[in-house]
Design a protein around this ligand. Structure first.
Ligand SMILES: [Zn+2]
Length: 122
């Protein structure tokens, strides 16, 4: 299952950056061409996150529209899906510049200030 392997990668990156602190929210940037199904990914994410710092965290998926530059006429087009086709000349010779990314954009840690208070003076 496509979404499950993505969820595993997201949880791996998030736990590495969290450094043992509980995570409230993970923001993921997903290119349109990756064809991620958000509901399936959220479900997989919840499963994979169990027992990690990311358990119970909210997953926010930001979809990045795909875009490419035509190698024939140089027009930049936003690409809704396949086939990738230039809006300028209708050509198919497109160099993709966006839409294939899949990365963890940011993490929001749980109760950062409370954590600081609890350790003060200890
Ligand atoms: Zn073109």
């Amino acid at each position: 299952m496509h979404e499950l392997s993505i969820a595993e990668a997201v949880v791996r990156v998030a736990t590495r950056h969290a450094g043992g602190r509980p995570v409230a929210k993970v923001t993921l940037r997903a290119g349109h061409l990756r064809q991620v199904v958000p509901s399936a990914l959220e479900f997989a994410f919840e499963l994979v996150a169990v027992g990690t710092e990311v358990e119970g965290a909210e997953l926010e998926i930001e979809e990045v529209p795909a875009a490419g530059v035509c190698r024939e006429c140089g027009v930049e087009s936003e690409l809704d899906g396949f086939p990738l086709c230039c809006t300028g000349c209708g050509g198919l010779n497109i160099e993709l510049i966006r839409g294939e990314e899949l990365l963890v954009d940011s993490l929001e840690l749980e109760e950062e200030s409370e954590l600081a208070l609890a350790t003060r003076g200890a």
